[in-house]
Design a protein. Structure first.
Length: 430
RNA sequence: GGAGAGGUGGCCGAGUCGGCCGAAGGCAGCCGCCUGCUAAGCGGUUACAGGGCCAAAAGCUCUGUCCAGGGUUCGAAUCCCUGCCUCUCCGCCA
C-alpha cells in the first residue's frame, strides 16, 4: 500500500512512476475522497472537542448540585450528529482504503522501463548448459521412465497437478529441501522458522493476498463454522505477517528469516500451461527467504538475497541466468525484482526457479511493521524483501533434466549426496 | 468438551458506587546535577496514529487509542453485549 500522504503531496510524480504498471486512473478519485475525508474529520473533531468541554462542565455542575438538564439535552443532539458523521467518516475511510490497496507500488528509479516480461533485462549468466550426446528428456519422462514420478496415481488420489514420488525420488526431494535450509541458515545467516500452513483472513489481507488473489487460494471450512482459514500459497505469507503491528528496534535489523513449507495454489486460469510433470502443481515445497530491513539498506539487501539464492544453484552446479524485471513485470507490490532462471535441457530454455523482490515500504505499511531508529526519532516502516531460496520442486526438475544419463539414470549432484545416504544416482527401483 | 479467572503504557502494576485518567506508583530508558571510580542520591523527561494552524521545520492545538467491535450515557479504562486471546482445574486425545 502506498502512503496516502505521498499521493496527496506529489500526485504527478506517482502518476508518472506508475505509467508502466497501471493504477494511475485511481489517483484522482483517491485525491477527491481524501479532501472530503479531511473536511468531515475536521467537522467531527470540532464537535467532539465541544462535547468534551461541555461534558466536563456538566460533571462539575452536577457535583455542585446544580441542574444541567438543558445542557445535557443539547449535548445529546451533538452526540447524534457525531454518531452520523463518524459513520460517514468510516465509510469514506473504507472507500479510500479499498482504492489504495488497488494502487501498485511505484518502481525504484533503477528499474528498466517496459510493459511485459519481454522487456526484462538479463543481468548475468552462470554456468554453461551441458552438451548432450543424446536428446535430453523432460523431467516427467525421466522420472516416469524410472517409475519414480507417478502422476497417474496422484490424479487418482487428488486431481491433476498433483504428484506422487517414490522411494529415492521422494528422498531426493527431501534432501534438496534440507540442503537448501542448511545453506541459508549456516552459510547466509537466516533464522529458520516452522510455521502454520493455514492462516486466517487477516493474515492474507496483511500480505496482500486478499482480496486480490482469492481465486488462487485454497480455503478450508472449520468443523465448528469458525473463521475461514486459508492454505498458504507460499511461506512468504506467514513469514512477512509475522511481525505485523510491531515496532522493531533498529539494532535487531535486518531480520533474515527462512522457512520450508508446502505451498498450495489453485493455479486458476493456467489451463493447458505447463501441464506435464511437477512444474506447475497445486502443491509444492519451497524454501523461502524474507528480510526486514531499514530503508537505507533495502536495496543492497536485495542484491545479497539474490546472491543467497544463486549460491544454491552454484553448489548444485546447475546453470542459470539472472533477469531483472522491467517496470511492467515487476509485480504489483514490488519496487524492484530479479528472477533467477535455471536451465532446463528438457525444455531447451531457462525457466524461473526463484524470484526475489523488494517491496520497499509498501509491504511494511500494509502489514504495519515499523522499526524504531537507533538514535531516537519516529518509528518508520521497514523495507520488506522476499525471495525463493529456492523452489524445491523446480530444483528437482532441474536435477532430473540436467543430470540425466543416456541409460535413463540420473546422477545426483555431489552437494546432495550427504543428504541421500551417499547415493550417487537415481535408478529404477521396481 | 465442562468449570472458573483475566486481558491497562517498553516491563511490573493501581485504578474507589462512570466525570478533571493518556491513565497513580515502581522498574527500565534518556538529559542534566552531584560524585576520586562504581553504586546510591537529586531534578527533569520518555507512547502511537490522524487532523488543523504554519511555505516548511520547529512549535502550538484538536481528535482518537487502557485486546477488538458494537451498545448505554451529556460523559466509559471503569457498566452491558459479541468476538479474539491468555491462564487455572477437570475430561478426552495424537
Amino acid at each position: 500500500m502506498l502512503d496516502l500522504r505521498l499521493i496527496r503531496e506529489r500526485p504527478d510524480e506517482v502518476q508518472r512512476a506508475l505509467a508502466d504498471k497501471g493504477g494511475t486512473e485511481l489517483i484522482p478519485e483517491i485525491l477527491a475522497r481524501d479532501v472530503e475525508r479531511r473536511r468531515l474529520l475536521k467537522e467531527v473533531e470540532d464537535l467532539k472537542a465541544q462535547r468534551n468541554v461541555a461534558s466536563e462542565a456538566i460533571g462539575r455542575a452536577k457535583k455542585a448540585g446544580q441542574d444541567a438538564a438543558a445542557e445535557q439535552a443539547r449535548m445529546r443532539e451533538v452526540g447524534d450528529r457525531i454518531k452520523a458523521l463518524d459513520a460517514a467518516l468510516k465509510a469514506i475511510d473504507e472507500a479510500i482504503e479499498a482504492l489504495l490497496v488497488q494502487v501498485p507500488n511505484v518502481p525504484h528509479p533503477s528499474v528498466p522501463p517496459g510493459k511485459s516480461d519481454e522487456e526484462n533485462v538479463e543481468v548475468r549468466r552462470w554456468g554453461t548448459p551441458r552438451r548432450f550426446e543424446f536428446k535430453p528428456k523432460p523431467h516427467e519422462d525421466v522420472g516416469g521412465a524410472l517409475g519414480l514420478l507417478d502422476m497417474d496415481r496422484a490424479a487418482k488420489l487428488a486431481k491433476s497437478r498433483f504428484a506422487v514420488m517414490w522411494g529415492p525420488l521422494a528422498r531426493l526431494e527431501r534432501a534438496i529441501a534440507q540442503f537448501m535450509l542448511d545453506v541459508q541458515t549456516r552459510e547466509h545467516g537466516y533464522t529458520e522458522l516452522w510455521l502454520p500452513h493455514l492462516v486466517n483472513a487477516d493474515t492474507m489481507l496483511r500480505t496482500g493476498q486478499l482480496p486480490k488473489f482469492e481465486e488462487q487460494l485454497f480455503k478450508t471450512v472449520e468443523a465448528d463454522e469458525g473463521r475461514t482459514l486459508y492454505l498458504i500459497p507460499t511461506s512468504e505469507v506467514p513469514l512477512s505477517a509475522l511481525h505485523g503491528g510491531e515496532v522493531l528496534p533498529e539494532s535487531t535489523l535486518p531480520r533474515k528469516y527462512t522457512a520450508l513449507t508446502p505451498c498450495y495454489r489453485r493455479e486458476a486460469g493456467t489451463y493447458g500451461k505447463d501441464m506435464k510433470g511437477i512444474f506447475r502443481n497445486h502443491q509444492f515445497d519451497k524454501v523461502e527467504l524474507v528480510k526486514l530491513t531499514t530503508p537505507a539498506r533495502g536495496y543492497e539487501e536485495l542484491e545479497s538475497m539474490v546472491g543467497d539464492a544463486e549460491d544454491v544453484l552454484q553448489r548444485l552446479e546447475l546453470p542459470y541466468r539472472v533477469v531483472e524485471r522491467c517496470a511492467g513485470d515487476v509485480g504489483f507490490s514490488a519496487a524492484k525484482g530479479y528472477d533467477i532462471e535455471v536451465w532446463l535441457p528438457g525444455q531447451d530454455r531457462y525457466r524461473e526457479i526463484s524470484s526475489c523482490s523488494s517491496y520497499a515500504d509498501f509491504g511494511g505499511r500494509r502489514a504495519d511493521i515499523r522499526y524504531k531508529p537507533e538514535g531516537g526519532g519516529k518509528p518508520d516502516f521497514v523495507h520488506t524483501l522476499n525471495g525463493s531460496g529456492l523452489a524445491v520442486g523446480r530444483t528437482l526438475i532441474a536435477v532430473l533434466e540436467n543430470c540425466q544419463n543416456a541409460d535413463g539414470t540420473v546422477s545426483i549432484p555431489a552437494a546432495l549426496r550427504p543428504y541421500v545416504g551417499g547415493l550417487e544416482r537415481l535408478a529404477s527401483s521396481r
